[in-house]
Design a protein around this ligand. Structure first.
Ligand code: SF4
Length: 782
């Protein structure tokens, strides 16, 4: 049977012809951006015979395959009966060397275009030209020009396509096997949980209709399997090639791993890779020095990687961080780049949001052409995506970066970079600021010029003196690079300002005020997307921030656990406004005692700040009947798990954890059964009043200032309340008490928010009343 493959010329030549070493001094985002600019300058400088960005496509029959190839030649020159394909390459490396190292790859691309042009125009002969431009000197060099007959072109193209077919056959065999296993695969658990069937049905409809959906699925529904199962089932359909499962939490990656492992054990044959950051994966002594002169794992990377990928795909289905590292060490290849290249051939890519949503994303290879892809997107804990995306589109440069660089300047003989560093330090020092934040319309031109020059010079240093470059230099280089590479076109979507102290500028910031458009833009690249979280409340707020609207497909599921297993109380008599905190401490302490004394067990009390928490703790210092453990600043993983291990099952003594709202214990903590039987939440958890949050408030509140305040403060704060409260009931066996404490819970705005979630919440007016309800609740649960 003849099979059709729709591919770009890049797809084919990159796989078959790319050879050599990894070298980020030559291939990096900034050199690519500069390359695009120089392409365009060169093309504009040509005469009228030169047709820039010439689109080409062709059907090519080779053996049992029809290739539908498409691409864009950088230039086609037509003069009388002479036709020339011009392939432009720019580099920071010496042109001759660059050409030598990449000749086969570059020439191959040009020959493909020449062949496609000869088919389109029925030509017997086409010339091929490689134009090299140096990025610093802008020197041009037409290093190669040769005529090819149609027969020569065809022989070459067919040979390359036959090599490609060898890879295709391997992929096809695996996909055939995979699809059979998917078709025979049923939901892997014997029983569906309450709400799970609804979520599976919803996700199946979303993926089948190539649309976007939003799901709020409270803890206990099994949202990972409810999302992943229908999306995996859909992989057998045409136009659905790969799933990207994104999450910001390691605990969720762990659940995805366990689920895939379980499904594979039950016969499913899907492959997956779990992506890890470069800093974590790098195994070179000089981290991030990704070039063949300094990293043995970069040497000959492209000569080896394809063989390793296809060989390893025969050995295993799941590639974890440990697997990636082991394979990289065995074959002497860079683990970071290997996992990204491997991701092209697996069915499920699991990673952080940034792999898809960051403008400098490592997986940019999937999306750089801006076209919709046959890929499926699953975003877990989606309530975190808007703020994370905002951060990805924000940047800051501080005088301290350059002062540190000056102190730790590499031992290089570059007077220019030293003098630029001094100039940048002076720029901050001399910039007179009349307030602590000085708003700008954009990055000042003179500063931008200096930074651009710094970046260019830094690139030269990295290229010419790689062994001298230290981590501080690389850090500043990457920071300047990110700062200059933020989108230039959306200035209304960003705030630009100096942060100052005592009239002197300390840093310059670019703050993204609204991530909707970037979330929407990336989502549009996928044929289907599902955003889900245990708490997407308030609904309209999150759907809007995630790029949806009133018409969006939504599913809001109730908690699957019995309502009578939890008691929710709201104490609106205690003010937690900053000015009232001293006064309210005793009342809070009394409330805590009244609630926890009703039943021996483990409780969390969530505070809005360390200061407030510590003051409250001092009131309990001499109490002996309750153990109080406090969250410390900067707890590491070991201290964190030690802290949690104090909350044991079947406790004989009451233990209360004093926790910071929105911190490491507020999300993703599963203390099942009686490891946690109560949460007292002090305050409405507004994010800190800050200049940045006020900017968001202003931006969102252009039409209605109340909306701005809600978006910047109230709703994100209320989501933290929900996250904290959500720690208590994690399974059908869990029982517990939730108390919200703040006078603002009496206002209609907050009432509406919490009554939507807990319509049965009881308002209490004193600590003793809360104690009575709690006692009654536990009495009934005996
Ligand atoms: S091992 Fe580290 S330094 Fe070497 S190429 Fe990979 S990421 Fe770069």
């Amino acid at each position: 049977m003849i099979k059709q493959l729709n591919l770009s010329v890049h797809d084919v030549v990159d796989l078959v012809l790319r050879k050599g070493s990894l070298d980020t001094r030559v291939f990096n985002q900034s050199s690519m951006a500069e390359g695009t600019r120089l392409h365009s300058v060169f093309q504009k400088g040509q005469n009228s015979n030169y047709i820039a960005e010439y689109p080409l496509n062709a059907y090519i029959d080779v053996d049992d395959y029809v290739f539908y190839l498409n691409g864009r030649a950088d230039g086609v020159i037509h003069q009388e009966d002479i036709w020339i394909i011009d392939e432009i390459k720019t580099t920071v490396e010496k042109i001759e060397l660059f050409h030598l190292e990449n000749e086969e790859w570059h020439l191959g691309q040009a020959i493909f275009y020449a062949y496609m042009l000869s088919l389109e125009k029925t030509l017997d002969k086409v010339y091929v030209r490689l134009t090299y431009i140096h990025q610093k000197s802008e020197e041009e060099n037409q290093i190669f020009e040769k005529a090819y007959t149609f027969a020569e072109l065809e022989t070459y193209v067919f040979d390359v396509l036959r090599s490609y077919i060898e890879y295709v056959k391997k992929i096809e065999a695996r996909i055939k096997d995979r699809n059979e296993s998917i078709s025979n695969f049923d939901f892997p658990y014997e029983q569906m949980r309450s709400g799970q069937d609804e979520m599976i049905k919803f996700a199946s409809d979303i993926v089948a209709s190539n649309s976007v959906g939003y799901v709020e699925a409270p803890t206990g529904i099994g949202k990972t399997s409810s999302a992943l199962f229908p999306y995996i089932k859909s992989l057998v359909q045409p136009g659905k090639e790969k799933i990207f499962y994104l999450t910001s939490k390691n605990s969720i990656k762990e659940s995805v791993f366990k689920l895939l492992y379980y499904m594979i054990a039950k016969g499913l044959k899907v492959t997956s890779v779990f992506l890890t950051s470069k800093d974590t994966l790098c195994i070179n002594d000089k981290k991030r020095h990704c070039n063949p002169d300094e990293c043995p794992f970069a040497v000959g990377y492209y000569d080896k990687v394809n063989k390793v990928i296809f060989q390893e795909l025969e050995n295993r289905e799941i590639f974890t961080q440990g697997d990636i590292l082991a394979i990289a060490k065995e074959y002497n290849i860079c683990p970071f780049e290997f996992q990204l290249d491997l991701s092209m051939y697996v069915d499920i890519v699991v990673g952080d949001y940034n792999y898809v949503f960051d403008p400098t994303a490592s997986l940019i290879r999937y999306f750089e052409d801006g076209f919709k892809k046959p890929y499926l997107l699953l975003v877990d804990e989606a309530h975190n995506l808007p703020s994370r995306t905002r951060e990805m589109y924000s940047a800051e440069l501080s005088i301290f970066d350059f002062l540190k660089l000056k102190k730790e300047m590499p031992n290089i003989n570059s007077r220019k970079i030293k003098s630029l560093t001094n100039k940048l330090i002076d720029y901050f020092k001399d910039y007179e600021c009349s307030s602590d934040h000085v708003e700008l319309e954009c990055v000042p031109d003179d500063l931008e010029d200096m930074l651009s020059e710094f970046l260019e010079r830094a690139k030269t240093v990295i290229k010419d003196f790689p062994k001298e470059v230290n981590d501080t230099f690389l850090d500043v280089y990457f920071k300047v690079n990110s700062f200059l590479n933020l989108p230039q076109e959306d200035t209304d979507n960003f705030a630009y300002y100096f942060v100052a102290s005592e009239g002197k500028a300390l840093s310059i910031k670019i703050t993204c005020l609204d991530s909707r458009r970037y979330i929407r833009r990336q989502t549009a690249m996928f044929s289907s997307a599902l955003f889900f979280s245990a708490t997407l409340s308030p609904h309209n707020f999150y759907i809007d921030l995630l790029g949806g609207n009133d018409e969006s497909n939504t599913l809001y599921l109730p908690s699957p656990f019995a309502l009578e297993n939890r008691l929710v109380m709201v104490d609106g008599n205690i003010s937690t406004f900053y000015k009232d905190r001293e006064r309210s401490l005793k009342e809070i302490a009394k409330l805590i005692v009244e609630v926890v004394k009703q039943k021996v067990g483990n409780y969390f009390v969530f505070f809005p700040s360390y200061e407030y928490m510590e003051k409250c703790y001092s009131l309990f210092e001499y109490t002996t009947s309750i153990d109080i453990l406090t969250q410390n600043r900067n707890m590491d993983n070991y201290e964190r798990s030690n802290f949690l291990s104090s909350f044991k099952e079947n406790p004989k003594k009451t233990t209360v954890g004093f926790i910071i709202m929105g911190g490491i214990f507020s999300e993703g903590i599963d203390l099942l059964s009686d490891r946690l039987i109560g949460a007292i939440i002090i305050g409405v958890c507004l994010p800190k009043i800050s200049y940045e949050n006020d900017l968001i408030k202003k931006h969102e509140g252009l039409e209605d200032s109340d909306v701005g305040f809600n978006y910047a403060y109230v709703y994100p704060g209320f989501n933290r309340v929900l996250q904290a409260a959500g720690r208590v009931i994690r399974s059908e066996k869990d029982k517990g008490v939730i108390v919200l404490v703040d006078s603002r819970f009496r206002t209609s705005k907050y009432k509406e928010l919490y009554e939507n979630i807990w319509p049965d919440a009881i308002e209490v007016n004193s600590a003793s009343e809360a104690g009575e309800y709690t006692s009654q609740f536990w009495e009934e649960k005996k």
